[in-house]
Design a protein around this ligand. Structure first.
Ligand code: PEP
Ligand code: MN
Length: 291
């Protein structure tokens, strides 16, 4: 976990993100998530469905991504949906499915929490708690996950600046939770040819500003399957500490985000290509698949 060192003599105590700032620790922080490291030279490949749909399907996806070298399983039990009538996730039942998928595959799990009232239940199951883009400035939620003893993945808000992302991290760090991972997932611009504009410059800039690991979500940025691989490779090349992608056995039947989901059948090839570029960027790709 992150080692916090005191501020240097030239460091104003009023620095708005003094714990997240690069100069507040000696080097890059590596975060331990259920036995897998993210950061400090360890590249995370996090994959899974957008939403947890059924137990059998989730375990099948987990096996596919584990066998291809993924280091963690993702999947939403609580889903932030633009329409209140859209599928909202399986909730507690989804958390139980994630726990089962972990026992079946050995993969640590990351899942989103949207409500302070669910933090305890999510933290009891998750190896890493996700704060979604729409909640990046939900300060009560950030404070609550800061009190949890589980690492936190903070996704950049749809229209948030790099400074605001670092300030969100600071809310979690300030509560004593040193396990913070940042995620660039695309921002709103004038462009409409894809879902969001993946800001890869932000990754390079964040690496100069903070010691925290920075990962990239090409799936939500692209919104289109055909763009996920080129953006993932670019993320690995620009120095990201990992990527998080959506995978589904039958994207046309997915309850959520099907058009951007990689097909299970294509995942091993995708993972091998990401591994290749991550290695070229000097990253270890911790493919620790237990027998
Ligand atoms: C997700 O990861 O499932 C998700 C909803 O992402 P974001 O918060 O980045 O939109
Ligand atoms: Mn999704």
């Amino acid at each position: 976990m992150t080692r916090m060192t005191p501020l240097g003599p030239d460091e104003p105590a009023s620095h708005p993100y003094r714990l997240a700032a690069r100069r507040s620790t000696a080097g890059d922080s590596a975060i331990d998530v259920g036995g897998r490291r993210i950061g400090g030279g360890d590249f995370a490949l996090i994959a899974g469905p957008c939403a947890i749909e059924t137990r059998d399907e989730t375990i099948a996806i987990a096996r596919v991504v584990r066998d291809a070298g993924a280091t963690m399983l993702r999947g939403g039990a609580y889903k932030p949906r633009t329409s209140p009538y859209a599928f909202q996730g399986l909730g507690q039942a989804g958390l139980q499915i994630l726990a089962d998928a972990r026992s079946e595959t050995g993969l640590p799990v990351v899942t989103e929490v949207m409500d302070v009232r669910d933090v305890e239940a999510v933290a009891a199951v998750a190896d890493m708690i996700q704060i979604g883009a729409r909640n990046m400035q939900n300060y009560a939620l950030l404070t609550e996950v800061g009190r949890a003893r589980v690492p936190v993945l903070i996704k950049r808000g749809l229209s948030s600046t790099i400074d605001e992302l670092l300030m969100a991290a600071e809310y979690v760090l300030k509560e004593g939770n040193a396990g913070v991972v940042l995620c660039e997932r695309g921002i709103r611009t004038f462009e409409t040819a894809y879902r969001f504009t993946l800001d890869l410059a932000a990754v390079a800039v964040l690496k100069t500003l903070t010691h925290l690991p920075v990962i990239v979500d090409p799936s939500h940025a692209a919104g289109r399957r055909d763009l996920v691989e080129p953006l993932a490779l670019a993320a690995a090349a620009v120095g990201a500490d990992g990527i998080i992608v959506e995978v589904h056995p039958d994207p046309d039947a997915a309850v959520c985000d099907g058009p951007q989901a990689l097909r299970c059948d294509d995942f091993a090839r995708f993972a091998a290509r990401v591994q290749h570029v991550a290695a070229a960027a000097g990253e270890r790709f911790a493919a620790t698949a237990p027998a």
